[in-house]
Design a protein around this ligand. Structure first.
Ligand SMILES: CC(C)(COP(=O)(O)OP(=O)(O)OC[C@H]1O[C@@H](n2cnc3c(N)ncnc32)[C@H](O)[C@@H]1OP(=O)(O)O)[C@@H](O)C(=O)NCCC(=O)NCCS
Length: 186
């Protein structure tokens, strides 16, 4: 049975292995990665698909300001393990993510992907005419969905990452740790 649920810390390595498998390491060169790198995803909007305890799908959404629209999100990456493609898992992840984003009050969702897949969820390139990303993107793959009708009508400009920064050790933490290590070694 497929379970769609929120991701937790124990899922991270399985999610990363799945993304490596599906996209390869080039995934870190994608323009959308510039909107995600170093940031935390939106609260409650990292989802996992699981079969018998095994992670087989992932989707996450990230806070952005989309050309002046401050409560927008960027979706991605969406990935499902090859061995379970075409069983509706991608669609379930998408619908769950979009429902949660809507319930959380977000106005719109942007992504880079194939319109032939994302049209079915209501995404369209016609909503992104006034937007650009911090890197190259094929215009026909820059898609958006309004969760609140008309929310992107005045969107114009760069899509910028606005999520909280993920916590990393500060330089003073590192210096403090090595000083402590030296003290113990002495
Ligand atoms: C895209 C993806 C997440 C879909 O997952 P899934 O669980 O197989 O999706 P669903 O079962 O909901 O839908 C499958 C249908 O979508 C179609 N589909 C999948 N990718 C598609 C694409 N890029 N363009 C058009 N249709 C696509 C399949 O052919 C299938 O059609 P069918 O139902 O007529 O057989 C999965 O194929 C995947 O991980 N692909 C590689 C990573 C990727 O491309 N991610 C999206 C970023 S653009």
């Amino acid at each position: 049975m497929v379970i769609i649920r929120e991701e937790n810390a124990a899922d991270v390595s399985a999610r990363e292995a799945l993304l490596d498998d599906v996209f390869g390491l080039e995934r870190f060169e994608k323009t959308c990665e510039r909107l995600r790198a170093g940031r935390l995803p939106a609260n409650g909007l990292s989802l996992i698909a699981e079969i018998n305890g095994e992670v087989v799908g992932t989707v996450r959404l990230w806070h952005v300001n989309a050309g002046g629209v401050s409560d927008a999100l960027v979706l991605g990456p969406l990935a499902v393990a090859k061995r379970v493609h075409s069983k509706g898992i991608g669609a379930r992840l998408m619908r769950a993510a979009l429902n949660r984003a809507s319930l959380a009050g977000h106005s719109s969702v942007i992504l880079v992907g194939d319109a032939a897949y994302y049209n079915r969820f209501g995404f369209s390139a016609s909503l992104t005419d006034g937007l650009w990303l911090p890197g190259p993107v094929e215009r026909e793959r820059l898609l958006a969905l309004e969760l609140k009708s008309g929310s992107l009508s005045r969107a114009f400009g760069l899509v910028k990452a606005t999520g909280d920064w993920a916590e990393v050790g500060t330089l003073s933490d590192l210096v403090g740790e090595s000083a402590e290590g030296l003290r113990k070694a002495a």
